[in-house]
Ligand binder design. Sequence first.
Ligand code: FAD
Length: 303
Amino acid sequence: MARPHRYLVQFNPKQTPHFFTDILVVGAGIAGLRAALEIPKEIDALVVTKDSIQQSNSTYAQGGIAGVLSPEDRFENHIEDTLTAGGGLCQRDIVELVVREAPHQINDLIKFGTKFDEEEGHLALTREGGHSHRRIVHALGDATGFEVMRAIIAKAKEAPNLTIWDDTFTIDLLTHQGCCVGALVDRPNQGKLLIWAKQTILASGGVGMVYRETTNPPVATGDGMAAAYRAGARLRDIRKRFGSLSWRTETWPKPSSTARSASTLLATTRSSISFGSGWANAGIAIKPSPNASRVSRRIPFPS
Ligand SMILES: Cc1cc2nc3c(=O)[nH]c(=O)nc-3n(C[C@H](O)[C@H](O)[C@H](O)COP(=O)(O)OP(=O)(O)OC[C@H]3O[C@@H](n4cnc5c(N)ncnc54)[C@H](O)[C@@H]3O)c2cc1C
């Protein structure tokens, strides 16, 4: 396939303001902010996000997060459940990594201040379709992403080494000799800006808004993948997941619990981006909730 133009827009570096940072993180969903929180405090990082910080798929995630947390459960069960539900699309080593890591990651989210729902003083675990055991932690019933992002955004705002720019659209990645060295962004009242970074973390989420009915928020338009592709990255394993319960009405009928259970999916997505020879893989166990049926609207978020 023919490569697109290297840059989406024209710009003159001599007439464009420059900004320098140690690490640039593109995207302020759970992937971007979680990565940013791992950056040592003596290293400066700039997180850019194209809308308000609350607007991400992460905020809309509903049903919960799967992890082996019950003494009756085993990693092997979760791995096999995931591989079965994945229908041959999953990469076993990534599934194993994600499953074994899940309890630590859930624990970290609790340390960051996430209040998962509890039952009798313990984490309330539910069982959803595809899972052989109860292993889903959730918050505020089925507004898990909202609660997780509330906590993680607060934590990121407290971090002295993190600067967060809302409303900053990443247009393209800058490259030099095959390496990413930052990004060309656009900001209201400032226009185009060149951000130079020693490391760039691309966490700009997936592609939504392709079909009329969607559960994705309007920010999910795959810009990062397109920018990476223009910069020379190879993209692979791009797949579209269809939510099984999408209705366009605002007053959608709540499905019965049987229908909910039957339609809940367990899948492992795998996506990879590569500059040069190595592949970086990311796997996420996804357990969408039936309430994902609503067409996404902007969620009012407490400041
Ligand atoms: C309705 C719904 C329910 C879901 N339920 C669950 C669930 O129960 N459990 C589960 O595990 N998963 C669930 N998911 C999936 C989950 O939300 C996503 O897998 C996860 O949030 C992806 O996180 P992310 O950080 O990679 O991307 P996102 O959260 O989408 O974050 C991407 C970030 O990049 C920014 N961005 C995008 N383009 C640009 C650009 N050009 N310039 C600057 N910034 C940009 C966005 O503004 C955003 O801040 C659900 C998703 C939806 C939509």
